[in-house]
Design a protein around this ligand. Structure first.
Ligand SMILES: Cc1cc2nc3c(=O)[nH]c(=O)nc-3n(C[C@H](O)[C@H](O)[C@H](O)COP(=O)(O)O)c2cc1C
Length: 272
């Protein structure tokens, strides 16, 4: 498998597949990872590989898919973080193995997915994703969607990351620690719902505080932008680990003055 940082840098959402099924090796690999993946929240994420035709699963924005992965979590505090982290780790590793994905929260026939996933009353299925081989050419619709979402663009580093408090924007050049600079860049490249990039990060010495800028209004029963935050945590943690650094996550709100609609999520303490 290619490096996870390379996967983060090269990954794109895939909505056009070539119609071929996963090979038995790819299926076995996926099922093996699904059985072993974990997340730092310790909340169980039940990921399943589903045959599209067998369960009647489809999406108006996807072409040529034969299978989906979907996941459900218990409806508990921080379930979105656990889901986002673990599902994104699987999507990144899949990409590194030549398998395309795209997280879909809205563009799915949700009742069929929830039935296939046996989602109970106290559970939620935030997203699903097709899994398959990337087609040579994107459909006109996919190209139009990417343009509308500005899917290839990300906010500048200084708009997302801050030193000590929100009054001091942080540039990549100002980050004295090379591993930290690369892991923050990995956060910047993360996918998010409608590409809103809600993550805001304050670096305070060896503690990194993650905040969420709410820009999609209220989504029920879960906060879909908190799934984006879980994705960002996966990018940060996996990049740091690949660079030989350990993180300890904790809920330890520094009680900083925050911009409007911005709230504290979680902190990560870095090892040296
Ligand atoms: C939580 C989440 C939900 C998403 N839901 C949808 C969706 O319902 N339909 C869709 O076409 N794309 C969806 N996306 C894909 C985003 O639009 C895409 O990640 C973003 O535009 C950035 O493009 P990229 O992934 O190619 O970098 C979702 C992504 C995330 C992270």
């Amino acid at each position: 498998m290619a490096s996870i940082i390379e996967a983060i840098e090269s990954r794109r959402s895939v909505r056009t597949f070539d119609g071929t099924p996963l090979t038995s090796e790819e299926r076995d690999w996926l099922l093996g990872r699904i059985a072993t993946l974990e997340n730092p929240l310790g909340i169980p994420v039940d990921i399943r590989l589903l045959d599209a035709a067998e369960h009647g699963l489809k999406s108006p924005v996807i072409v040529g898919e034969q299978a989906y992965i979907a996941a459900k979590v218990p409806l508990v505090e921080h379930c979105e973080l656990a889901f986002g982290y673990e599902f994104e780790q699987l999507c990144l590793e899949a990409w590194a193995c030549g398998i395309g994905t795209v997280m879909l929260a809205a563009s799915i026939n949700r009742p069929e997915f929830e039935r296939a996933m046996e989602v109970g009353e106290d559970e939620v299925m935030p997203c699903a994703s097709p899994v398959g081989h990337v087609a040579e050419k994107r459909t006109v619709r996919e190209r139009a969607m990417r343009r509308a979402l500005k899917a290839d663009a990300r906010l500048p580093f200084e708009q997302l990351f801050f030193a000590d408090d929100f009054a001091h924007p942080l540039s990549a050049a100002q980050v004295g620690d090379d591993a930290l600079a690369r892991a923050l860049e990995a956060v910047r490249l993360a996918p998010s719902a409608t590409n809103r990039q809600p993550w805001r990060v304050v670096v305070a010495g060896d503690v990194i505080h993650f905040f969420e800028l709410h820009s999609l209004g209220k989504t029920e029963p879960i906060d879909i932008q908190k799934v984006d935050m879980g994705i960002a945590l996966a990018h940060f943690d996996l990049a740091m680990r690949e660079l030989g650094r350990e993180l300890a996550f904790a809920f330890d709100d520094p009680a900083l003055a925050t911009p409007a609609d911005c709230s504290y999520v979680i902190s990560a303490k870095m090892s040296q």
